[in-house]
Design a protein around this ligand. Structure first.
Ligand code: SIB
Ligand code: ZN
Length: 430
């Protein structure tokens, strides 16, 4: 066994208290061995955390990584027209190599902003998995299914591809898990949902889906089925404890209770919900009811970055507006959402720094003008720290970024290739 010591900093513990301590990690086992004063002194390799805060690696519980290629391509539109007029036509032109390049750019951005784990819904997933493996991140991956607008054969083929990906891609790496991922309750027809979800249970994989994102999506569903969307979701076999739903903006009391009862989680995406004017999720209400809530950026085309430090600030801010209460979604709630909340929603290791937990952690530099003075480090994480304050990133015991240098990807090459491919993609789409 070789060890990594993250030394001389302060550590955010699972109860969100902060103490001066080292973190000692088993590099091969990818596990935290010890947290305590001088615990890392005799480690084989050291990462300096002085002046910094050691935090669990952030977990992005809902994104479409390769959409980095469409960052800034179509802004200032609501969901329906944004998808139909801009995003889907461009996505129809994506090649396998485009997906790989866009995902590499996302991985680079995630590592540089302190994200160690994520859930991705996209296509050409084996290529996504290769990038995740090389970058050293942890992920739950799936192929997004859309059946509306397709003939029956094409629709079933899309369902089959998602199930096949869920079954096979999890073998790629110890750090990769999968899910069956129907795109949403309205873009996948009922018979496909029922059959796909039942088959996912046989494969023992969870289901990830967009749900209750906009009123424009909820109202017609209620009209057609005569029940709330999450009641319909339950009827078609969704809402098992390991399932996780993106957005959950327009949920009523019945649906909040249904989530609490079933144990399915919600992934809150505040920036995307604001940018597409989708609405405000009742996050404090969900937390009060005991619903598991994680945090996601959604794709870079509706955000427009993948920084979870930015996102958890948005979550804390929007949560107060939604509840009309300044004490709602307090700093510790937002920080928990981006760490343990997301890891638990995805059923992935991580989210807590304690012996026996996965060695996924980051060091956030507190030596900066905008982070002075440090009355409360948790407040700074929630309200003042930015992606560029992340000094080191460690996932599964491996150092992915040291002193802001990413070690697993060639940052300049990744950016150059993504920019080239994005330009060509947009030319083809128009
Ligand atoms: N197999 C499908 C692809 C589905 S992947 C997931 C999809 O979600 C889309 N997407 C991104 N953000 C959102 C959102 O906020 N709500 C709904 N869909 C989104 C994204 O552009 C992508 O097309 C097909 O053939 O079209
Ligand atoms: Zn999404």
């Amino acid at each position: 066994m070789t060890t990594l010591g993250i030394t001389d900093g302060r550590v955010l513990r699972p109860d969100l208290s902060v103490e001066e301590a080292d973190v000692l990690v088993d590099r091969e086992g990818g596990e935290v061995l010890d947290v305590g004063p001088d615990a890392g002194r005799d480690a084989d390799e050291r990462l300096d955390a002085s002046g910094g805060l050691v935090v669990p690696g952030l977990v992005n519980a809902h994104t479409h990584a390769a959409m980095t290629l469409l960052r800034g391509y179509a802004d200032d539109k609501p969901l329906e027209s944004w998808l139909r007029e801009d995003v889907w036509p461009a996505e129809a032109e994506l090649t396998l190599d485009d997906i790989a390049a866009g995902t590499r750019l996302a991985a680079l951005e995630m590592i540089r902003s302190g994200t160690t784990g994520f859930a991705d819904m996209y296509f050409h997933v084996p290529r996504v998995a290769e990038v995740v493996e090389t970058a050293g991140l942890r992920a739950r991956l799936g192929h997004g299914v859309v059946t509306v607008g397709k003939d029956e054969a094409a629709a079933w083929a899309d369902v089959e591809e998602s199930l096949d990906v869920a079954e096979t891609v999890r073998e790629t790496s110890d750090r990769i898990e999968t899910a069956f991922m129907p795109h949403s309750l309205t873009t996948v027809g009922e018979e496909y949902l029922r059959e796909g979800v039942a088959r996912a249970r046989d494969l023992d994989v969870p289901v990830h889906i967009h749900a209750n994102e906009t009123r424009g999506e909820v109202d017609p569903l209620v009209e057609e089925h005569g029940v709330r969307p999450l009641e319909y979701a339950r009827e078609v076999g969704l809402l098992e404890p390991e399932d996780f739903l993106a957005h959950g903006v327009h949920v009523d009391e019945t649906e909040v209770e249904l989530l609490a009862e079933t144990g399915a989680s919600v992934v809150h995406c505040p920036a995307s919900n604001m940018k597409l004017a989708s609405g405000m999720a009742p996050v404090q209400r969900l937390l009060d009811a005991g619903v598991g809530v994680g945090l996601g950026t959604d794709g870079a085309a509706s955000n427009n970055d993948l920084s979870l430090l930015g996102e958890l600030r948005d979550a804390a801010m929007l949560g107060k507006l939604a509840a009309d209460d300044a004490s709602a979604v307090a700093a510790p709630d937002a920080v928990r959402m981006a760490t343990a909340g997301s890891a638990d929603a995805l059923s992935l290791p991580g989210g807590r720094i304690a012996p026996g937990e996965a060695a996924d952690c980051i060091v956030v530099d507190l030596d900066a003008a905008h982070l002075t003075p440090v009355h409360d480090p948790v407040s700074h994480l929630a309200y003042a720290a930015a992606a560029s304050d992340v000094r080191h990133t460690v996932c599964d015991g491996r150092v992915l970024m040291r002193d802001r240098e990413v070690l697993t990807l060639d940052a300049d090459a990744v950016r150059a290739e993504a920019a080239d491919r994005a330009r060509d993609l947009v030319t083809r789409a128009n």
